[in-house]
Ligand binder design. Structure first.
Ligand SMILES: NC(=O)C1=CN([C@@H]2O[C@H](COP(=O)(O)OP(=O)(O)OC[C@H]3O[C@@H](n4cnc5c(N)ncnc54)[C@H](OP(=O)(O)O)[C@@H]3O)[C@@H](O)[C@H]2O)C=CC1
Ligand SMILES: CCCCCCCCCCCCCCCC(=O)[C@@H](N)CO
Length: 473
């Protein structure tokens, strides 16, 4: 009995602090939780003719809202209007305006019904390193994403304040790149970080009018905008952005509306987004006492996870540059016709030396017999290849086997000895592999002094291999 009482007491003592914290948070979180209705309300979406905005419009219509969309292209607006009407039977009002043009935006708001839910979603993104990017593009992103949002909100606010006594919402489409700066997104991230300042301050200004601000943070989302973007996105931007995966526009729209309806200030869209939101909670309001509890309790741990992400990203950036340096070295050496064979020859010796050194170091550090043998084996194969490169058949026989052995050894080495990000390293590896094959072929073709016969031959179960036979004229 006494034993039971004691353990009961211990349990109570253990539970008391978290329960007390929950209670305190329940009492203090501000602004208070509120529900924003969508059905029969007027939802106005900028950038509603494409991608996430279009998915938001569909979603709002399917929940029985009256929907208006604003964008520049009338054709795209008409098409969106017809699509939504066809699938939901809801009539959509369309407004053609550039958010950068305050007068045009005011006119649209004037013509529209009073707005209950304003979703400022328009956005443009042209990723590039700042050094290469034109200032016109920087200004373009800041103008459309940030100043355009100011124009829209400033135009809509007076009428929104005067509405009936039902809670209203202003939602802003940010991006996970608006929570953490990402390589290639200096201007884009800045424009989206700007929205956060706008939103935090605005919430304090409009709370007394029962208007509630939401900030939505999607990861990469499959939209026409993203398709365009990925055509010119720096490889590193993609590698880092991929840490958060990709979503469908409909899924983002669903998360966005869940957030808007519960008047959440921060609206993450996936698991990484939830982590990111806890890591960057800062001084943002939090209406949910449960989420507030998670933020308080998990803060230290999530910060640690964030630092691991940074570790991963900076390693990726470092490796990418190292790889690029090698690439440039070979490229510049391959350019000259006379030197091309020799540079390839020296290039291989150089790599062979590297491999042998790596193998030796590896052995010193790990003392693992098998990987040592494989590594040395590969190194020797590299070396042989470099010696026999200009001799024709022999070199290429070795090359085939060496590629297989090298590939397996490399994968094993990456898998066993180098922890995350495995996929990142594999990417760089395949990048390197493809480059080796491509550049050697290109060089040989460039010289014009040799005849190339490219044969694809199947080796039993080992798959497809490229064999190149070179003969000097
Ligand atoms: N796709 C993604 O990976 C992610 C996107 N986001 C954000 O989501 C939002 C929507 O992106 P997404 O759906 O991919 O983009 P899309 O390019 O597919 O669509 C953009 C929409 O904005 C409109 N628009 C663009 N410029 C203006 C302007 N100056 N004035 C008025 N309307 C304009 C476009 O119409 P028109 O050209 O006719 O004007 C279109 O309707 C953006 O704010 C973006 O930053 C956030 C995270 C990830
Ligand atoms: C505790 C820490 C957890 C960290 C998880 C971090 C994941 C961050 C990835 C950032 C992805 C940015 C995508 C931007 C997409 C976008 O806006 C463009 N496609 C343009 O539209």
């Amino acid at each position: 009995m006494a034993y039971f009482n004691l353990s009961f007491l211990a349990l109570l003592l253990l539970l008391l602090p978290p329960l007390a914290l929950l209670l305190i948070l329940y009492l203090i979180v501000r602004p208070r939780s509120v529900k924003i209705p969508i059905k029969n309300r007027h939802v106005f979406i900028t950038g509603g003719s494409s991608g996430i905005g279009l998915a938001l419009a569909h979603h709002a219509a399917s929940e029985g809202a009256r929907v208006s969309i604003l964008a520049r292209s009338v054709d795209k607006l008409e098409e969106a209007k017809n699509n939504i009407q066809l699938s939901t039977g809801i009539d959509v009002s369309i407004f053609s305006a550039d958010v950068r043009d305050y007068d045009a935006v005011s006119k649209a708001v004037e013509e529209a019904d009073p707005i209950d839910v304003l979703i400022v979603n328009q956005g443009v993104f042209v990723p590039e390193e700042l050094e290469k990017q034109g200032l016109d593009e920087v200004k373009f992103m800041v103008d459309v994403n940030l100043i355009g949002s100011f124009n829209m909100i400033k135009a809509a606010l007076p009428k929104m304040k005067k509405g009936d006594s039902v809670p209203r919402s202003i939602a802003l489409m940010s991006s996970q790149a608006g929570q953490v700066g990402i390589y290639g997104y200096t201007a884009y991230s800045a424009s989206k970080f700007g929205l956060r300042g706008l939103a935090e301050a605005l919430q304090q200004e409009v709370i007394s009018h029962d208007i509630h601000v939401s900030l939505i943070f999607p990861p990469d989302t499959d939209t026409p905008g993203l398709t365009e973007e990925t055509k010119k996105r720096p490889q590193l931007t993609s590698i880092i952005a991929e840490s958060s995966g990709a979503m469908k526009a409909e899924a983002v729209a669903k998360k966005a509306f869940d957030g808007i309806k519960s008047a959440a200030f921060i609206v993450p869209c996936n698991l990484e987004g939830a982590l990111l939101s806890i890591a960057t909670a800062g001084m943002s309001p939090q209406r949910s006492f449960v989420m507030a509890f998670v933020e308080v309790v998990a803060a230290g741990l999530v910060r640690l996870v964030a630092l691991f992400f940074q570790w991963n990203w900076y390693n990726g950036i470092h490796m990418w540059h190292a790889q690029n340096e090698k690439l440039n070295y070979f490229r510049s050496n391959f350019d000259s016709t006379a030197l091309s064979f020799y540079s390839l020859y020296f290039g291989y010796i150089w790599v062979a030396g590297q491999q042998l050194l790596a193998a030796a170091l590896h052995h010193l550090v790990h003392c693992k017999g098998t990987s040592y043998t494989a590594a040395v084996g590969c190194g020797i194969l590299w070396f042989f290849e470099s010696l026999t490169f200009t001799e024709g058949g022999f070199g290429y026989r070795i090359r085939t086997e060496h590629h297989l052995a090298f590939g397996i050894w490399y994968c094993l080495r990456k898998l066993v000895f180098l922890p995350p990000p495995f996929y990142l390293k594999l990417r760089l590896l395949s990048f390197q592999g493809i480059w080796y094959v491509k550049s050697s072929l290109l060089t040989l073709m460039d010289t014009g002094s040799c005849e190339i016969i490219l044969r694809i031959k199947r080796f039993g179960i080992s798959g497809l291999f490229f064999k190149t036979y070179v003969q000097k004229n």
